[in-house]
Design a protein around this ligand. Structure first.
Ligand code: SAM
Length: 276
């Protein structure tokens, strides 16, 4: 009989945000696979868990997975944890889970906190449809392109951002989303300086700039879905120029030209052109 690989969610700040079942599981398995054993020591000590830990992170996931699966197949039970929240959500574990399942090992989730779900629950932005984008690219041009793409998505968009780039990211959002779109900055969730601000981008930018401490900490960003009252910068222009271009050329060429003129994503322009 092979053992079970438990995927255990741990707190995103407040050490008491962990389920009874998570603690029982962490106490009963043979090993805990931790992204950073030193970081997880605080949690383990806080809950008086004495199970040995092994390092399992993005740099050793590929080669460690085979070894871990062998141990699971020999009957050992393991728990995978990350530094915060739910493993595999912008955290290591995908390769291990994929390979464990291929090998016939039972993989069982022990649910609990995740920053994206916590942010969504308190943002006051529609949650009926959403897309999670992990971390956006670090570089300005690539990030602007990513925001241009998600700006037109007809669902709430969620992503993570580091304090190092939060200000630049807010400026990029302003340039693409304009000054009416509603966005939420959820910062330091479950910690002493938890702040959840849902407002227009100019107001959020002003908040970030008014005090350097407002840029510190961990952030989740939610962008409300596009709707007809919520047009992206340039979109009104797109609606004006597309019919003119379409009178002269096919949808594909018109979309390409419209994308160049407005800076709006080409695929979106094409969709708009064929919907007209
Ligand atoms: N696995 C985690 C989860 O389930 O949310 C996410 C891990 S990802 C490497 C870390 C990012 O999650 C941070 O950079 C930040 O964007 C977000 N995050 C984690 N904890 C947070 C918190 N307490 N408040 C706001 N954002 C948080």
């Amino acid at each position: 009989m092979s053992g079970t690989l438990y995927i255990v969610a741990t707190p995103i700040g407040n050490l008491d945000d962990i389920t009874f079942r998570a603690i029982d599981t962490l106490k009963s398995v043979d090993f805990i696979l931790a992204e950073d054993t030193r970081h997880s020591k605080t949690l383990i000590n806080h809950h008086e868990i004495s199970t040995p830990m092994r390092a399992f992170h993005e740099h050793n996931e590929q080669h460690k997975s085979a070894e871990v699966i062998e141990a699971l197949l020999s009957g050992q039970n393991m728990a995978l944890i990350s530094d915060a929240g739910t493993p595999l959500i912008s955290d290591p574990g995908y390769v291990l889970v994929r390979e464990a399942k291929k090998s016939g090992v039972l993989v069982s989730p022990i649910p609990g906190p995740s920053a994206m779900i916590s942010a969504m629950s308190a943002a006051g932005i529609a949650t009926d449809r959403f897309g999670f984008y992990g971390f956006l690219p670090n570089k300005h041009t690539a990030r602007v392109k990513a925001i241009q793409t998600i700006a037109h998505v007809n669902q709430t968009v969620i992503f993570y951002e580091s304090p190092k780039r939060i200000l630049e990211c807010a400026k990029d959002m302003l340039s693409v989303l304009g000054d009416r779109r509603i966005v939420c900055l959820a910062k330091e969730l479950t910690k002493s300086f938890e702040t959840i601000k849902t407002d227009t981008v100019p107001n959020l930018l002003a908040y970030l700039q008014e005090d350097i401490t407002h840029q510190k900490g961990e952030f989740v960003i939610l962008i409300s879905a596009i709707d007809k009252d919520n047009k992206v910068e340039g979109e009104e222009r797109l609606d004006k120029i597309l019919p003119i271009l379409l009178a002269e050329m096919g949808a594909s060429k018109a979309a390409k030209l419209a994308a160049k003129i407005t800076g709006i994503d080409k695929k979106y322009c094409y969709q708009r052109a064929i919907d007209l």
